[in-house]
Design a protein around this ligand. Sequence first.
Ligand code: AMP
Length: 583
Amino acid sequence: MASETPVDSAEAETTPEKLTFADLGLDAAVLKALKDVGYETPSAIQAATIPVLLQGRDVVGLAQTGTGKTAAFALPVLSQMETGSKNPQALVLAPTRELALQVCEAFEKYAAHIKGVSVLPVYGGQGYGQQLSALRRGVDVIVGTPGRIMDHLDKGTLDLSELKFLVLDEADEMLKMGFAEDVETILADTPSTKQVALFSATMPAQIRRISAQYLNDPEEITVKTKTTTSANITQRYLVVSYQQKIDALTRILEVENFEGMIVFTRTKNETETVAEKLRARGYTAAAINGDIAQVQRERTVNQLKSGKLDILVATDVAARGLDVERISHVVNYDLPIDTESYVHRIGRTGRAGRTGDAISFVTPRERRMLTAIEKATRQPLTEMSLPSVDDVNATRLTRFDDAITTALEDTAAIATFRDVVAHYVAHHDVPEADVAAALAVVAQGDTPLLLEEETLAPQRFDRDRDRDRDRPARDGGGRGDRRNSGGRFATYRIAVGRRQRVEPRQIVGALANEGGLRRNDFGAIQIRQDFSLVELPADLSRDTIDRLADTRISGQLIDLRLDQGGRSAKRSDRPQRRERDRD
Ligand code: AMP
């Protein structure tokens, strides 16, 4: 490598006010999109990579998933894009269909204010027809798996002669999956003037060789992880789907003995939404983020200090340096994008020699980020389980008992009310125990004392579930489960309905395409307000169900699952439900 820039992200942490996305030299339309998605500051890999890519240099970035590497290449590529050309200007190669789709979505999100940019995912298992017609219309950015890209190149249906940017995402994974030859062919057969960015979590010899051979004097960027966490903080994690987070947080608030709490989210918008939902559930919660004026922020922090407020929902920037002894708990509602931020966040508790608790929500997809945190802090996190309905109810009853005990200590007030109760008993011929129960009903108001049913299904990690998805070239496997139902249908529920203006033909089109289903695999389709019910073969394989669940209709993840006929959060037929990627 010609030059190397190790980035100390701890350093980036100490100078946050100075570094914004605008400082990095990004295009105004891209900055506008970033404002919409609510990112406050560039992550370490973004801060280091974006300026280099904007200068036109090749980059080799050592970065894991979850560090913000997608934006690290997508933002500079979009900033330099000239729209309207017939042939693709940018190609991103990704190891799996899954990642290709994620990267595509990210590009679309960041390109929201650039007129006329088209992004196309190209992966195995998807019909050629759709890809061909899109390619014929003209596409600016292609995100694809190497096998299918090679197929198009071989067939002459993809013209990369005008390519300006080539990104290799998760290069080590692509090589592990046997795509080395395809990747090298694509590198060699595209214009030598193109700019190349290669991202990889590890740097095996083969990747060093490839970058030496095909990249032009690349700048190597690594994000150093230099971290320590304090031993007086108990660190736990909970595997939870994105949709379950707010309910999981509410249960934690019920059962944990907390004094003050900071809940960290990744975006500014989400600080507001979460704070609002907590207030609706009766907690004193407020949001602080980089958009909130300093005076207001100070006022809010003082309220937390004085106990007027118990929960702060904050972004990393807003909570930087916060020193409030009362903070007994930190909850990472969203995992941070780098390990330094994790250390910084949990350091907001355990102040002044006290003990503290840190609880991190990890979605099934984020296992790797959790491992990175454990590695960087050299401390394992203990898995906790979601507090059950019984746990919550036990805590509620204990609190209720405690409230009675405390009230009984106020002897003067008790004496007054004892007379009131005695008067009532004398005049109404009701046992005192019933009067006490009636008073409890009055005190409780409309909120039921006890939770009734289990509505949150436990989540587990998706162990490498998408690893084999798009395995090498020419997309050999993956569709082996295509079969006919023989007329036996089951009802499946999908998370799009009238509200999303979905029509039956869209449902049939999407499911047929993603699941390899045929016309006679479809029974009745009922479209309801927020969901739809679709009859499909009862014997769909797990693989097909998984694939269908990850399908999007009108941009929305459909989260297909067997319909249980219940309300909503009933146990899914998929043991490991996927979460929708945030923002
Ligand atoms: P990636 O490593 O690219 O897969 O990104 C991981 C997650 O971080 C994605 O959900 C992004 O939307 C989010 N993200 C990326 N950059 C930032 C940022 N600067 N601030 C907050 N969130 C970010």
